[in-house]
Design a protein around this ligand. Structure first.
Ligand SMILES: [Zn+2]
Length: 256
């Protein structure tokens, strides 16, 4: 399957109406393709995605913009036009293109999915979100979403958000010595990054399940018992969990 076909399939999965991950033109996904990447064009819906709704971007050029001077709205729009590999197209890349460029430049990352799932957004609208991002309630959450989730306080979408995500991911890598699998954006949504489409799908679905578990546990009125740091580390570094992880993705691969 080509990169574009994989990305169309991922977008359709993330946009499935029954999943409540993204509605209307919410969310976006991207995939690395050599020195370029493909990302959702602005205004398209993931639920009806096809190859015509994707746009190819020069990775190095987009990273130069990310690491360059601050831009106002008009300059950002011009920069989004300039990073396209095809300057003649009428399509504009998603406003979150610079965030995708940064995440796809990380080692071993080839796919990124960004959604606005309702249960997670409920959690991200509370003053507990940042501390919850560092906790884990059940083992499969660690397997699919990582030992903790990188957290980004609310900032304007676009270039400011891309830069805030970069800072948060750099802090995460210093702490955990690995790239995060999941990122929470305060009052906004979820980002999942991984080597392949399956990692994005499993990280997104498990991240939403974890949000539902948190909401249920918080509303129970009972004392919460998150996994201890030792328990989290044990699963995070356990060889058989890595084996399970691979198996899970292979298994899912045979079903679709
Ligand atoms: Zn968003």
């Amino acid at each position: 399957m080509s990169v574009v076909e994989e990305l169309v399939r991922l977008s359709l999965r993330l946009g499935e109406p029954g999943q409540d991950l993204a509605i209307l033109a919410e969310g976006n996904a991207s995939a690395l393709d050599g020195d370029t990447f493909w990302v959702k064009a602005s205004g398209f819906s993931m639920s009806s995605m096809n190859a015509a709704g994707l746009i190819q971007v020069d990775l190095r050029h987009a990273l130069d913009v990310l690491n360059g001077p601050d831009l106002d709205d008009a300059q950002t729009r011009e920069a989004l036009k300039q990073v396209r590999t095809d300057k003649d197209t009428d399509l504009m890349p998603s406003v979150e293109t610079f965030m995708h460029a940064y995440l796809l430049s990380l080692p071993d990352i080839a796919f990124v999915g960004h959604t606005h799932p309702t249960p997670l957004l409920s959690l991200l609208a509370t003053d507990q979100a940042e501390s919850i991002a560092r906790k884990r309630l059940f083992p499969d959450e660690i397997v699919c979403c990582g030992p903790a989730t990188a957290y980004v306080p609310y900032v304007d979408p676009g270039l400011p958000l891309a830069r805030a995500i970069k800072s948060s991911v750099e802090r995460y890598i210093e702490t955990w010595e690995s790239t995060p699998k999941t990122i929470w954006l305060q009052n906004h949504g979820l980002i999942v990054l991984g080597k392949n489409r399956k990692e994005i799908e499993s990280g997104t679905l498990m991240g939403v399940k974890a949000a539902r578990v948190w909401l249920g546990a918080l509303s129970s009125g009972q004392t919460l018992t998150p996994l201890t740091e030792q328990q989290v580390n044990r699963i995070h570094t356990r060889p058989d969990e890595h084996y399970r992880q691979r198996l899970l993705w292979q298994l899912k691969g045979t079903q679709s």
